[in-house]
Each structure stands twice: as structure tokens, then as C-alpha cells.
Design a protein around this ligand. Structure first.
Ligand SMILES: Cc1cc2nc3c(=O)[nH]c(=O)nc-3n(C[C@H](O)[C@H](O)[C@H](O)COP(=O)(O)O)c2cc1C
Length: 302
């Protein structure tokens, strides 16, 4: 019987639902489900202070303490790794397990499928995950990112409502539902079918291409543009906050500045820059954008 390790973490349960639906086709398989268990749990719903407080260490990928994961086996035929991005980086629990010795030992030489439940910015986080998997000697064979397909700025408003109340409901009854849509969650078994076929055949060569034929993984040009620049800025912010925030009061001050910057960048600067880019530069860089999208839709690591 094929052995599959499934490792994930979810605060709201969204990613758990995605992974559970993804696994529906995995009949007759020995599935070992492991939940990443931070020693100090993160709040859910999030209060504003805690939400911004995790930014520097998340971006700098500092591993938090987690309770020792218990695996049924020492080797697996396949590992399914479910995670979510936080601040354009793997979430803190995801980073912690990817730097965990026992998990890395199981990644080594094993085909790995990553599956994400994000708002809409997962490109940088996935680059980090690819690198950590590669460093552990794992073999990334597929990536299934699920996102909120609503307009970017609307999804900022709806996710703040969701993460701040813990309720995946329509803000004021008029905004769209936050997060990955029910339909996309329910249909994630379609990806599972492709992965299961590869598991049975023991051949992952064409798996990502097969997944792409479902035509469900698309990269928005504006998001690509934002992500190409924002992570560098986040790293500068993270280092500055850590350097200047030498005590709780100073850290809170710098986090407040970052918070204002983030809203200013999202709602004022990026719409202006994106309009200029779309009208003037985008037509000139069409070929480059296409190549970048192909790269991010693949499992390659540059
Ligand atoms: C602190 C924090 C930062 C986040 N940053 C991002 C991000 O950079 N990009 C993104 O697409 N989603 C981001 N999200 C949304 C998460 O990726 C995820 O979709 C949401 O938190 C639901 O995940 P859950 O399954 O753990 O409940 C963030 C969420 C949190 C809590």
C-alpha cells in the first residue's frame, strides 16, 4: 500500500477543507495526517497588534517552536504539504516544520506536492518553500495554489473582516465572501485525481503540466508586478523593525509605522503605479511577463 504523509496547518479550517477535498481520490492509500502544532498558538481571530507583530520574524523566516511532529513512518511514497502565505512568506508554522529535522529527513528523496490556501499573493512564499524543500533534498513535483479571485483591494477588506472576526462571512452583508470560494474548495479533488494517478503510476514527470491543463491556476499580471517588488521592501521593513524595535514600546511604534505604510502602499501607491505600468510599460514587457508566469506556474526553481 502506498504511504502518503499529509502535513498542514490551518487557523480558520479553510486549508483543512481544501486538503480534505484534495485527498478524496486517495482511496486505498495509507494516509498519515500530521498537523503542525505551534508551542504557543497564534490568536484566531487576530487582534491588530498580534497580526502586525508576526511580520518581521515571518518575513525573515525565523522558525518558531513547534511540538514534535509524530510521523507513523520514516519514509513515504509522497508528501502533501499544505500551507498558507503570511506576509509574502511561508506562514510561521510552515517555516518551522520546513526547518524541522524529523520532517526534513522525510522530505529527502521524496516527491512532494505543495497545496496553498492564500488571499492572492503566494509567489514569493512558494519560492521560499521550493528552496527549503530543495535544501532538504526533497523533490517538488506539483504545486496547487488556491486563491481568493476577488479584485485585489476588495479582498484586502474582506480578509481583514474574516481574520479580525474569525467569521468567513460577507462584511456588512454586501462585500463578497472572503478567502477561497466554496466552489474552488469543493473542486480541489480534481487536483487530487491528477496527483493520485501519478502516485499509482510512480511517475511525476508530467504531473504539473497535467494539473495546469485543468486551467485553474492563473497568475494575475498586477499581482505578479506587486510581488516582484514588495518582498524586497518587506525584508527592509522587517530588518528595520527588528533593529529599531529594541523594546516593546519602540517595536510597537515601528509596527504602527509599517501598518500605515502598508495601507498607503496598497490603497494609494499601487493603484497609481499599476495604472501607469498597465498603460505604458506592460505592452513593452509582454514576453517577459509571459515567461515569468510560466515559471511561477511550474515547479522549477531558478
Ligand atoms: C498574518 C497573516 C498574513 C497574511 N499574508 C498573506 C499574504 O502575504 N498573501 C496572501 O495571499 N495571503 C496572506 N494571508 C492569508 C493567508 O494566506 C490565508 O489565506 C488565511 O489566513 C486563511 O488561512 P487558514 O487556512 O490558516 O485559516 C495572511 C494571513 C495572515 C494571518
Amino acid at each position: 500500500m502506498k504511504k502518503v504523509l499529509v502535513v498542514s496547518f490551518s487557523q480558520s479550517g479553510q486549508l483543512t477543507q481544501i486538503v480534505d477535498n484534495f485527498l478524496i481520490p486517495f482511496q486505498g492509500v495509507d494516509i498519515d495526517k500530521v498537523t503542525i502544532d505551534p508551542t504557543t498558538p497564534f490568536p484566531f481571530p487576530w487582534d491588530t497588534k498580534s497580526f502586525y507583530d508576526v511580520m518581521p520574524e515571518t518575513v525573515l523566516e525565523e522558525p518558531i517552536a513547534i511540538n514534535a511532529p509524530r510521523f507513523k513512518h520514516s519514509t513515504y511514497d509522497l508528501i502533501v504539504f499544505g500551507y498558507q502565505p503570511w506576509y509574502l512568506s511561508p506562514s510561521m508554522p510552515a517555516t518551522a516544520i520546513l526547518k524541522n529535522e524529523a520532517f526534513c529527513a522525510r522530505l529527502k528523496g521524496t516527491p512532494i506536492v505543495t497545496i496553498l490556501g492564500a488571499r492572492n499573493m503566494w509567489l514569493n512564499a512558494q519560492e521560499s518553500v521550493k528552496l527549503l524543500i530543495k535544501n532538504a533534498g526533497g523533490n517538488l513535483v506539483a504545486n496547487v495554489p488556491l486563491i481568493d479571485k476577488t479584485f485585489n483591494l476588495i479582498s484586502v477588506i474582506t480578509i481583514v473582516h474574516w481574520l479580525g472576526t474569525g467569521k468567513k462571512t460577507k462584511k456588512w452583508g454586501i462585500f463578497p465572501f472572503p478567502g477561497v470560494s466554496k466552489q474552488d474548495i469543493n473542486e480541489s479533488h480534481l487536483f487530487g485525481e491528477k496527483v493520485m494517478a501519478s502516485l499509482q503510476a510512480g511517475d511525476y514527470e508530467k504531473l504539473q503540466n497535467n494539473i495546469l491543463t485543468l486551467n485553474k491556476i492563473n497568475i494575475n499580471t498586477s499581482i505578479l508586478f506587486i510581488e516582484s517588488r514588495a518582498k524586497k521592501l518587506f525584508r527592509i521593513w522587517a530588518k528595520t523593525i527588528k533593529k529599531k524595535g529594541v523594546n516593546a514600546k519602540k517595536r510597537a511604534f515601528w509596527l504602527m509605522i509599517f501598518r500605515n505604510y502598508l495601507y498607503f502602499a496598497l490603497f494609494i501607491v499601487s493603484p497609481i503605479i499599476l495604472t501607469v505600468y498597465t498603460l505604458v510599460f506592460r505592452p513593452l514587457t509582454f514576453g517577459r511577463i509571459k515567461r515569468k508566469k510560466e515559471y511561477f506556474r511550474s515547479v522549477k526553481l531558478n
